[in-house]
Unconditional design. Structure first.
Length: 173
């Protein structure tokens, strides 16, 4: 899941799982794999090498002892990605990551769980975003907000994300 806007995209490593299960579902290889898929997508379809900020699981990233920092899966993944020549920065402090956009010029912020990146992203861009499903043998683009089952027939839906999805798909084809 890459929630994309022309100014910024976000990707949660885990999606739609309880917060108490996030740490158990994250490891170095999952982070590396997802970031490599994002990097490949940007290079192939957007013709750019993305600058990627990777958030830590720990909200402030400073509570590490030297021993725990050496074994932190996010730190290990970032070190591996740097060796692979991927433009990554992190672990970035989650609570101020979106304020650092101008400083680091991130194209993508990768978070460890859904609300860590989607809540601030949607506060900034509202419906001006699309959902791109990466890692498939084809491009799947959809509105970022889901189906809106709760508003069917109420004539209140905002079509902006659907329109942006169609425009993006035309652009890359």
């Amino acid at each position: 899941m890459l929630i994309y806007n022309k100014n910024l995209a976000v990707c949660p490593i885990t999606t739609h799982i309880p917060l108490n299960k996030v740490s158990k579902n994250i490891n170095k290889s999952i982070i590396v794999k997802k970031v490599l898929v994002i990097d490949k997508f940007y290079k192939k379809f957007l013709k750019k090498k993305p600058r990627i900020g990777i958030l830590g699981i720990n909200p402030h990233n400073f509570n590490f002892s030297n021993k725990s920092k050496k074994n932190d899966v996010v730190v290990l993944a970032i070190k591996k990605l740097i060796k692979l020549k991927i433009k990554v920065k992190g672990p970035v402090v989650a609570d101020s990551s979106f304020m650092m956009l101008k400083k680091y010029k991130f194209d993508v912020i990768v978070g460890m769980y859904h609300d860590q990146v989607l809540t601030p992203f949607k506060a900034l861009y509202k419906f001006d975003a699309i959902n791109i499903t990466l890692g498939l043998p084809f491009i799947r683009v959809s509105p970022d907000h889901g189906t809106g089952v709760n508003i069917i027939g109420k004539n209140i839906a905002n079509p902006m994300s659907l329109i942006e999805s169609i425009k993006f798909f035309k652009k890359i084809n």
